[in-house]
Design a protein around this ligand. Structure first.
Ligand code: FES
Length: 233
């Protein structure tokens, strides 16, 4: 996985997971611009995005578990509270861990059913996606597609596709044409220089009905389109 990171990219918000894929009590691995992340949420539902590396000996946090609303490292059991501060070292139970012992944390928010993170200092807000924010419509998550292409390549391909063309509405956010029942929306997660995840949503009229059918139709349509675009890349 590449670790190349452009300074400007690090200051953008990007999707890193579907919110429902980070349930309470679990630690989920994710990637953004080559950085490996551990995602989890505390009992208040507040999402956390940390570098997936314990500051003690570098063990992946995703090998740990959630104990008493804190992340416990899987190796020596050091515990870290939301915000990253180490709170407990099992080998020295009476010692208050130094304030300097912290997990590396990143800014994160939840919006439009997705977890968004920023590896640097965000220069803008999370991109506005009106079709997902419109109360006269409802949003359905279809599925996520992993592709061995950069986010820039994927966005350019979809923008210039000969059919089912998409329009860019923000950094790594695109909308497709409304077919009368639903409008597809893609949020692109730049995992690394040559790997991305495309999270497909559809925005439907509230009266559209048949959510299962709409989801299946758009998932199949996009899967076919991805195959064609990858074959001609
Ligand atoms: S490596 Fe995490 S507690 Fe030791």
């Amino acid at each position: 996985m590449s670790t190349t990171l452009d300074v400007n990219l690090s200051n953008n918000w990007s999707v890193v997971a579907v919110s429902d894929e980070v349930p309470p009590g679990q630690i989920i691995q994710a990637f953004l611009h080559g950085q490996e992340l551990a995602l989890w949420r505390n009992s208040e539902g507040m999402i956390q995005a940390w570098a997936n590396r314990c500051p003690h000996r570098g063990t992946r946090f995703t090998m740990g578990r959630i104990v008493d609303d804190q992340l416990a490292c899987g190796y020596h059991g050091w515990r870290f509270a939301a915000g990253g501060q180490c709170t407990y070292i099992p080998a020295h139970p009476k010692l208050a861990p130094p304030k300097t012992v912290c997990a590396k944390t990143y800014r994160t928010v939840e919006c439009y059913g997705m977890v968004w993170a920023c590896l640097g200092l965000p220069e803008t807000e999370v991109p506005t996606v009106p079709a997902l924010a419109n109360s006269a419509r409802h949003a359905l998550f279809c599925r996520s597609f992993v592709t061995q292409q950069s986010a820039d390549t994927v966005v350019a391909q979809l923008q210039h596709a000969s059919e089912h063309r998409y329009q860019v509405i923000g950094p790594n956010a695109l909308i497709g044409a409304d077919d009368g029942k639903a409008m597809p929306i893609l949020l692109v997660q730049p995992m690394a220089d040559n790997k991305s995840i495309l999270h497909l949503w559809v925005s439907c009229e509230n009266a559209a009905g048949d959510d299962v059918g709409i989801r299946a139709h758009h998932s199949a349509l996009f899967k076919r389109q991805r195959r064609q675009l990858e074959a001609h890349a």
